[in-house]
Write a protein that binds this ligand. Structure first.
Ligand code: T46
Length: 142
């Protein structure tokens, strides 16, 4: 599984740093929603789901956390610990965010508005969906 991390341009000067993000230019989709999580309690694991079509960029704008990505056959752990890096998460990827530092603020840019029907919250259902999609791809190649 390829991990896609964006290194955003920093507009730094003697006053400090500033990052500006524009859809289609810095972010590979139209940004329809922004949300962020903070004050995450010690030992908490968030996420634990996949999305059928949503694409997102995760930026730890303060503090740090880890993200487990799982495409159904491979798992990778990504460290988010700088405000100038963004982790791209495609659809059909199971994600879990954990080990949040007390000062962590995880900002998320999303390609669509909130739709509960886009979530797959059951891991076995996620694996079934991946199998189905792979079978469809193989059938189309025949
Ligand atoms: C994801 C990871 C990275 C809303 O009302 N609107 C929203 O846009 C969102 C994201 C959440 N909510 C409500 C739904 C729940 O009652 O906020 C509550 C907490 O959401 P959730 O448990 O889904 O949060 P996480 O941290 O498990 O997952 C979130 C996103 O939901 C998800 O899309 O990929 O962050």
């Amino acid at each position: 599984m390829q991990i896609i991390k964006y290194a955003f341009q920093q507009h730094g000067d003697q006053r400090g740093q500033l990052i500006a993000l524009e859809e289609w230019k810095d972010i590979p989709f139209e940004i329809k929603r922004i949300y962020y999580m903070y004050n995450t309690k010690d030992g908490v694991r968030r996420g634990l789901h996949a999305h059928k079509s949503l694409k997102q960029i995760l930026i730890c704008v303060s503090g740090k956390c880890k993200v487990l990505l799982d495409n159904g056959s491979e798992k990778k752990i990504v460290f988010l610990e700088t405000p100038y890096e963004g982790l791209y998460i495609d659809n059909n990827i199971w994600r879990e965010m954990y080990d949040f530092s007390p000062d962590a603020v995880l900002l998320v840019l999303a390609s669509d508005v909130y739709k509960e029907e886009d979530y797959i919250r059951d891991y076995d259902e996620f694996l079934d969906m991946i199998k189905r999609e792979n079978n469809e791809k193989n059938d189309n190649m025949l």
